[in-house]
Every structure is written in C-alpha cells, then in structure tokens.
Design a protein around this ligand. Structure first.
Ligand code: ZN
Ligand code: FE
Length: 262
C-alpha cells in the first residue's frame, strides 16, 4: 500500500511553559521538519526539541499575545525557522515570514493545515486544522470547558468562531493553549448543573490533575457535550443565561460575562 507524505501521521508533543501555557511540537517523520505552535518561551521549546533529536523548522502562531509569540525572535535567531501567523495581525506577530488566512491555509512540510479565522479573544486570532491528523490548534479561542476572554471582539464574533470549530468531527483532538480546565470545570458545573456528561468529565479531570497529568488535548466530542461556551444554543443554558428574544450570541455573551465574574 502506498501513501503520500500528507497521509503520514504527524507526531504531536505537548509541553508546558510559563505558569499554565502549553506549547505543541508537530513533527513530520518523513521530512524531519518540526513546528512549534505558540512558543511562549524559546528555552523550553528548544529543550523539548533537543530531547527528541528534532530540529525546529517552523513556528505556527495563533495570535499576537506575548504568551504565544514570546519565543519567536529568539527561536528564529537560533534556528532560522520560518514563522507562520495570521495575515490580519501580521504587524503584531514578531518575525512573521508567512502570513496566512482562510483562503491560503498554512503549509508545513507537505501537510496542509486549514486555517480558521476565529476573532473574539483578539481581532486577528486564527486556528490551524490538520484534517488528516484530526488535530486542531485553537490557541486561546476554545479551551477545554471554556473559551478565551473577549479582549478585542464581540460575543457575536466569538460565537461564530466557536461554531466554525464545533463543526469539526467529534474525534478532533483539541490542542488549546492553556491548562485552565479545572477552573473552567468549576464554572461549567454551575452553568449546567444538570449535565451528566459534564459531571463525569469533572471526575476524569480531577483524576488527571491529581496525578499531575495534562488535560490537553481534549476532544471535540467532550467539548460538544460539556463545554457551556459551545452549548449556548442548548435549552438549559438559554433558560439560565438568555432572556426573551436573546440570540445564541447573546447567551454566549452572558455565559462569558458570568465566567468573568466567577
Ligand atoms: Zn491570548
Ligand atoms: Fe494565552
């Protein structure tokens, strides 16, 4: 059986940075190319590469915040890697070489990532979807059991961004950029106390964290069933957070506001 490069699985490694950020290495065994998604810092990124004998060739940035691009220039100086980031925010991505959008997508070592424009947390946020590997890198747009704060966008923008991600297959692995899951879970349980799938997931998360494990990646199946921000169009959440005439985006906005106060 023959296979093309694009069909060979990518190796994906999760590693922690700063207090609660995750970086992700994406390694293509066929070519040896290695990308890091959202390097907050250069040193832990290089250490994660060196530990596996991998050479960094690419950076993929989802948005301009310092805890996602902080390692860009240092890594580029040390490795000569190519920096790929959102075209809409090209002026805010240090060292950007390749500006991408939904039309262009992003190419990494013969693998094509679909790019989703997902504003809300920031005005230029993008997510990368490697369909063949069922891997979604969504930065600070979608978290396990949460979503990013609305620093530069409206609830309507965030809701339409979340709907793009929710349309992906259930088995999608959701590589979100922070370990916020347990605190998100505490809020989610107050938002949807009657959600049995969420209660079960809360137990799983507690077990994982007690053992020092990562809750990332999550899966889209779990998020669709348990994440209140992806479920703003569900009757129970609408009843609790919506009023007469509220749109789904209004409900999302009310859930986000309640989480901000939580
Ligand atoms: Zn951010
Ligand atoms: Fe962040």
């Amino acid at each position: 059986m023959s296979s093309t490069v694009a069909n060979q699985p990518l190796e994906i490694v999760v590693f922690p940075m700063l207090s609660d950020n995750y970086g992700f290495l994406i390694h293509d065994p066929a070519s040896g190319a290695t990308a890091v998604v959202d390097p907050a810092e250069a040193a832990p990124t290089l250490a994660a590469c060196t530990a596996r004998g991998w050479r960094l060739t690419h950076i993929l940035n989802t948005h301009h915040h310092g805890d996602h691009v902080g390692g860009n220039l240092d890594l580029k100086a040390k490795t000569g890697c190519t920096i790929i980031g959102p075209a809409y925010d090209r002026d805010r991505i240090p060292g950007i070489d390749v500006a991408v959008d939904e039309a262009s997508g992003a190419d990494f070592a013969g693998h094509h990532a679909q790019v989703f424009f997902v504003p809300g947390h920031t005005r230029g946020h993008i997510a990368y979807w490697f369909a063949d590997n069922r891997a979604l890198f969504c930065g600070d747009t979608l978290f396990s059991l949460g979503c990013g704060r609305l620093f530069e966008g409206t609830p309507a923008q965030m809701w339409s961004s979340l709907l793009k991600l929710r349309a992906l297959p259930d088995e999608t692995r959701v590589y979100c950029a922070h370990e916020y899951t347990q605190s998100n879970c505490r809020f989610a349980l107050t938002a949807e106390p009657e959600n049995a799938a969420l209660a079960k997931q809360a137990d799983r998360i507690a077990t994982t964290r007690a053992a020092g494990g990562f809750t990332v990646p999550s899966t889209l199946a779990v998020e669709k069933a348990c994440n209140p921000f992806l479920r703003a169009d569900q009757p129970d959440l609408r009843k609790r957070f919506g009023g007469p005439g509220s749109s789904d985006a209004d409900v999302l906005g009310a859930i986000r506001a309640a989480k901000d106060r939580f």
